[in-house]
Design a protein around this ligand. Structure first.
Ligand SMILES: [Zn+2]
Length: 198
């Protein structure tokens, strides 16, 4: 895995691009939480779960299907997240699914069950530039941790920061277009609110 510091980079970048109106703080907090959730399966190491089991580390909790299911369940609380259900679902699904996709770009760790339940094979991308973070804290706080941090800055934070910069620049250059898009994306909230008031 990339370290726990870097998985939230995706929801944070999405929120920085979309702004607080589209991604209010409660929705962002839920996205950060879901981006970290898949690694709870690290508990599998305590129980010697076989590597090819869906319940092993990087198994079903890292799949795209599980991310969609969790996003669906959390988006039922859209009102508390200050968003409409569709927007909350989309944001949460991307935030959580990005965890498995980032893990599949790490140079060690044996792949991720991205396609579970269709296929339990642990998959990794051909291009794996991110240094795998060690699970032991002792190793993480050694020189190895510094290498992990460097590779995450280069391959996770830097590309996302460039993307945020590019999108923010476009928003400034084309303010009318951005406002139209923002209004269209916010229209779902207004419609949902009206339905609730009826
Ligand atoms: Zn992971």
């Amino acid at each position: 895995m990339p370290s726990l510091l870097s998985h939230p980079a995706v929801p944070l970048a999405l929120a920085a691009m979309a702004g607080r109106r589209l991604v209010p703080p409660p929705l962002l907090a839920a996205g950060v939480g879901l981006s970290l959730l898949p690694d709870l399966d690290g508990i599998a190491f305590l129980f010697d779960v076989p590597w090819h089991s869906p319940f092993s580390h990087r198994g079903l909790t890292h799949s795209i299907a599980f991310a969609l299911l969790c996003a669906l369940l959390v988006s039922l609380q859209a009102q508390r997240l200050k968003a409409d259900r569709l927007r909350a679902f989309a944001f949460l699904a991307v935030s959580m699914a990005s965890h498995g996709l980032l893990d599949a770009c790490t140079n060690r760790g044996g792949g991720v069950s991205l396609l579970w339940p269709l296929d339990n094979t642990k998959l990794a991308f051909g291009f794996r530039p991110i240094q795998t973070a060690p699970l032991s804290l002792e190793r993480l706080f050694s020189g190895e941790g510094l290498l992990v941090l460097q590779s995450e800055l280069l391959w996770v934070w830097l590309p996302l920061a460039a993307l945020v910069f590019g999108v923010r620049l476009l928003q400034r250059l084309l303010p009318a277009h951005w406002q139209t898009l923002e209004q269209a994306l916010l229209a779902g909230s207004a419609a949902e609110q009206q339905r609730r008031m009826r």
